[in-house]
Design a protein around this ligand. Structure first.
Ligand SMILES: [Ca+2]
Length: 243
């Protein structure tokens, strides 16, 4: 086993361990109606949301400001500000360009061996208690299996999740959800001096076939107070791999 494989194996174990962390209470309102009227929306926290900016498939990853070691060593995302791994849970997924929902290109995750693959944002700084509206356009070709959006970072890996359509074949479809950022887990993940913690958004496929992704947005719609929204419902737990 060469050094690269050794690192890969180590990180697979690490990632597998992270996935066993049980998800604490979180709220998801998947595919909710807009309902917010003319409320002023914040800026999109996702960089390169339409995948139009390339980082170059052969660009060495240390040039990107990734904060997590496993992405530093495994990722070869062709998209600026996005990480990628196709090797979770014993899977092998390629990341490729597809024809965009908007713009020229979309991200395309193509299964070679079924397991779990995904793309990941850079770290996003937010204050605990912030309510975020998430949206993504996805389409699938022969994608038999589960695909989902998973929110990770300082509050834990899988503090919220939004399922993607459970159909093998569908054209571009918008999937929306609203999540509220919990407090960080553990003393090592305390807010910085400005009160921000770090979150990441992963979009995973555990399916065969192809998952296409474009036009991702994550917009703050309410800050800090964490008041209850009547429209929210409790989401399902995701993150414990099935044997
Ligand atoms: Ca695009």
């Amino acid at each position: 086993m060469n050094a690269g494989e050794d690192v890969m194996e180590r990180h697979k174990r690490l990632i597998g361990g992270c996935c066993m962390v049980l998800v604490s209470a979180f709220t998801v309102a998947a595919a909710e109606g807009e309902g917010s009227g003319g409320r002023a929306a914040g800026a999109n926290l996702i960089k390169n949301p339409s995948f139009e900016e390339r980082s170059g498939p052969r660009k060495p990853y240390p040039a990107e400001p990734w904060g997590y070691g496993f992405l530093d060593t495994l990722a070869r995302s062709p998209f600026a500000h996005w990480g990628y791994s196709g090797f979770f849970d014993g899977g092998e997924y390629d990341i490729k360009l597809g024809k965009g929902h908007t713009g020229r290109v979309a991200a395309r995750l193509v299964c070679r061996r079924r397991g779990r693959g995904g793309i990941c944002t850079e770290e996003i700084k937010v204050k605990p208690g912030t309510t975020l509206r998430f949206s993504v356009f996805v389409k699938a070709k022969g994608a038999s299996g589960e695909c989902f959006v998973n929110f990770e970072g300082d509050p834990g890996d899988g503090w919220a999740a939004i399922p993607l359509p459970r159909k093998p074949d569908y054209d571009w479809t918008e999937v929306k959800g609203t999540v509220r950022v919990p407090k960080p887990r553990g003393k090592r993940h305390q807010p910085d001096e400005e009160g921000n913690i770090r979150i990441l958004v992963f979009i995973y496929t555990k399916a065969y076939g192809e998952l296409w992704i474009d036009d991702v947005s994550l917009v703050p719609i309410a800050g800090g107070e964490a008041k209850e929204d009547a429209g929210e419902k409790k989401g399902r737990k995701i993150g414990t791999p099935k044997a």
